[in-house]
Design a protein around this ligand. Structure first.
Ligand code: HDE
Length: 711
């Protein structure tokens, strides 16, 4: 049977994993060989003339080993170079046949294998997981009808409207070209210089300055397809569609100070967290949601559906949840899978199609083009992680690293010598046809005026934030612009902020020692050389809503504590009851509980039981955890005298985390937290686990930022 006749997950087997299995190598119990299969006798020494003499060129074993090593690296992705991948599956909840003929969105009996790659945008492959940055959220669905890639981000909008500006955006945000500083950071002159001249970026900039851009984990981010796509049904009817991924783990962020510390304490924090969660069976899950807009409603919105700097607020078009993705398997090999996977928004299947969004249109060119230099040639679809489940049969031939061995003389169509094979597929046989859209216009190089509203949605976003979220945005702008050296750039940004919100502009201006100025009507960014600035005034439209609660992370907390990391800070002599009960209760709820003690080895409880220590106060830090518990006992005396333990609590408090203690454990809290109130939100002093669990669900107690303590 051909693979494409197989039902995905027939007999419970994931067909993509089965396919990958054919390429996996297990050298356990095997002899070492050369790349050409010859057994190697000595892998320690080069071939020489005498023990102390020169090495010989004829040493084919050494040359082969060294040559391969010399060529181990491939160019990293120009953007999204740092990423983490995982395998999983997608289960449809309800058929979308009314809107799309895509089979994986029609049949709820089908599970579709997926491979996901999360990424940061700015930094290089070895950079930290924790910059303030947009995160990539790319999903490859290995469907029965071929690969479908949903290559999105963790924000619903993008910085620019037209693909022509993408190289400029990326050049501006990447490390500055003379000294390659700073790595993985937007807080520098070139980025803000560009942004201050591109009002269209303001909406995504607001998201970038919010806690969305410092996610607590990759598991706690939403994902968005950003562009408007099309669903096409069996009748050939089109509906517009926007895609959303909603994490069942909730949407959670870090404190900015915490993100910066984490970047040093565990630069791989996000990658490790994802890996560990999957490894421990705490599989992260996202529901797939769609916003559907009828073809005839295209122009009913005060913004253009083709403009990628605009979202459709969920309050205007609700998100319909249609299925769930579960990530349940770590890759076997980072390079072979996560590095070599090649995503492309142009990988679509029948039932899904593009729109004329000029950003999307440009992406359709870029992604294949970039793989040609990154993966070395046109056969990257044959790399195991990129192979579709259906067999690939066409007349494309040759090129570097060809794996297939096509038989016969015929590599053209039409032909008679191969009876016309491979055949074209009719629509009813699953052949892809493009949506027939009437386009009748002049050939022009111009931006549509319907794209000229740059501030309504940033305003909506800011208005929808809670007080602490607004404070974080003000602080983020103050930090980023504070790192900018050139004052005119700072001033232009503060002026631009005045178009979004006066309070925001004033707060940031005050931090920078600048007064925001109301400019004559701001002009859009990219004006052609002979364009008239008067023709490029940005416009402001009236949105039917003044707030969109759905964009606030505060409204997206999880309902459970699954895979949250809890530190059980302790030492020898801890009371048994509270210590064991806390572990049991939290573990049963799916939390990851780790015993942290002054040193590695074991802690001995009062009754003499021994528990292995996960990490010592020397090798871990509060920023790794979501919450801390201090059980009472003689252990507390040791901790009270340990500067690391006091810092651990103080830092957790500073980052607004839930902290709990029982018995004399509260003494440690009082020592570490000057001015601790009783009672205080997010602090449990009587070992009440129910309350502690409730606090962990709430994640952070941001009001504490108003009375910061040194830590
Ligand atoms: Fe990308 N983008 N992009 N992008 N993008 C790449 O492709 C590009 C855009 C996104 O984990 C590159 O294989 C252009 C929007 C993700 O492998 C490159 C434009 C969105 C990833 C490229 C955009 C994205 C990429 C670099 C504007 C969200 C990582 C390496 C016209 C909807 C995929 C590669 C992975 C990667 C080009 C804008 C998401 C150079 C030209 C909008 C998640 O081809």
């Amino acid at each position: 049977m051909k693979v494409n006749e197989q039902e995905p997950f027939e007999n419970g087997a994931n067909p993509k994993l089965e396919q990958l299995g054919k390429y996996k190598v297990d050298d356990h119990g095997e002899f070492m060989t050369t790349d050409h299969g010859v057994k190697i006798n000595d892998d320690q020494n080069t071939l020489k003339v005498g023990e102390r003499g020169p090495s010989l060129l004829e040493d084919f074993i050494f040359r082969e080993k060294m040559t391969h090593f010399d060529h181990e690296r491939i160019p990293e992705r120009i953007v999204h170079a740092r990423g983490s991948g995982a395998h999983g599956e997608f289960q449809l909840y309800k058929s979308m046949a009314k809107y799309t003929k895509a089979k994986f969105l029609n049949d709820t009996g089908i599970k579709t294998p997926v491979f996901v790659r999360f990424s940061t945008v700015q930094g290089s492959r070895g950079s930290t997981d924790l910059p303030r940055d947009i995160r990539g959220f790319a999903v490859k669905f290995y469907t029965q009808e071929g690969n479908y890639d949903l290559v999105g981000n963790n924000t619903p909008v993008f910085f620019i409207q037209d693909a022509m500006k993408f190289p400029d955006l990326v050049h501006a945000v990447k490390p500055e070209p003379d000294n390659e500083i700073p790595q993985a950071a937007s807080a520098h002159d070139t980025f803000w210089d560009f942004i201050s001249l591109m009002p269209e970026a303001m909406h995504n900039i607001m998201w970038l300055m919010s806690d969305r851009a410092i996610p607590r984990t990759l598991r706690s981010m939403e994902g968005f397809g950003i562009h408007t796509f099309r669903f096409i049904n069996e009748e050939g009817e089109s509906h517009f569609v926007k895609f959303h991924w909603k994490p069942l783990q909730g949407v959670l962020g870090l404190a900015w100070d915490e993100a910066q510390r984490l970047a040093g304490k565990d630069t791989d924090y996000h990658r490790r967290d994802l890996w560990d969660a999957i490894d421990q069976g705490l599989y992260p899950e996202w529901e797939l949601g769609v916003q559907i807009v009828k073809q005839e409603d295209e122009h009913k919105f005060p913004f253009d559906l083709l403009d990628a700097t605009k979202m459709i607020p969920e309050e205007m078009v609700p998100v319909e949840i249609i299925g769930k993705m579960t990530l349940n398997r770590n890759p076997d090999n980072f390079f072979a899978e996560t590095e070599q996977v090649a995503f492309h928004p142009g990988h679509i299947v029948p039932g899904i199609d593009f729109t004329n969004d000029p950003l999307l249109q440009g992406r359709l060119f870029s992604y294949t083009d970039t793989q040609l230099s990154r993966l070395g040639g046109p056969n990257f679809h044959e790399i195991p992680i990129n192979r579709s489940i259906p067999d690939v049969t066409n007349n494309q031939r040759d090129g570097i690293h060809r794996m297939q061995i096509p038989k016969g003389k015929v590599s053209y169509h039409p032909n008679s010598m191969a009876q016309g094979c491979p055949f074209q597929a009719m629509m009813k046989e699953g052949g892809f046809t493009s949506f027939e859209e009437r386009v009748d216009s002049n050939k022009i190089r111009r931006r549509s005026k319907s794209f000229f509203d740059h501030f309504s949605q940033p305003k909506l976003f800011y208005n929808s934030m809670t007080i602490h979220e607004k404070r974080h945005i003000q602080n983020a702008f103050s930090f980023e612009l504070g790192k900018v050296q050139r004052v005119p750039i700072r001033q232009r940004m503060v002026d631009m902020l005045l178009e979004v919100d006066a309070d925001l502009a004033n707060m940031v201006g005050e931090h920078l020692g600048l007064v925001p100025r109301r400019l004559p009507q701001p002009i859009t960014g990219s004006i052609p050389a002979d364009g008239d600035p008067a023709e490029h005034h940005s416009i402001e439209v009236e949105l039917p809503i003044s707030e969109a609660p759905s964009v606030s992370m505060a409204n997206k907390l999880p309902t459970n504590i699954k895979a949250r990391r809890i530190a059980l800070l302790t030492a020898n002599g801890v009371n048994d009851d509270a210590f064991t009960k806390t572990q049991k209760v939290l573990c049963e709820l799916g939390a990851i509980v780790q015993i942290i003690a002054p040193r590695h080895g074991f802690v001995t409880t009062k009754k003499g039981d021994e528990y292995p220590v996960c990490d010592s106060l020397l090798t871990t830090d509060s920023v790794i955890f979501d919450a801390v518990y201090v059980a009472g006992g003689d252990s507390v005396k040791t901790l009270m005298e340990h500067a690391g333990a006091i810092h651990f609590i103080a830092e957790a408090y500073k980052h607004c985390k839930p902290i709990a203690a029982d018995d004399n454990g509260t003494e440690l809290l009082k020592k570490a937290i000057p001015g601790l109130k009783d009672p205080e939100d997010g602090i449990v002093t009587d070992g009440n686990l129910e309350q502690f669990v409730g606090d962990i669900i709430l994640h952070r107690f941001w009001d504490r930022e108003m009375n910061p303590i040194p830590a």
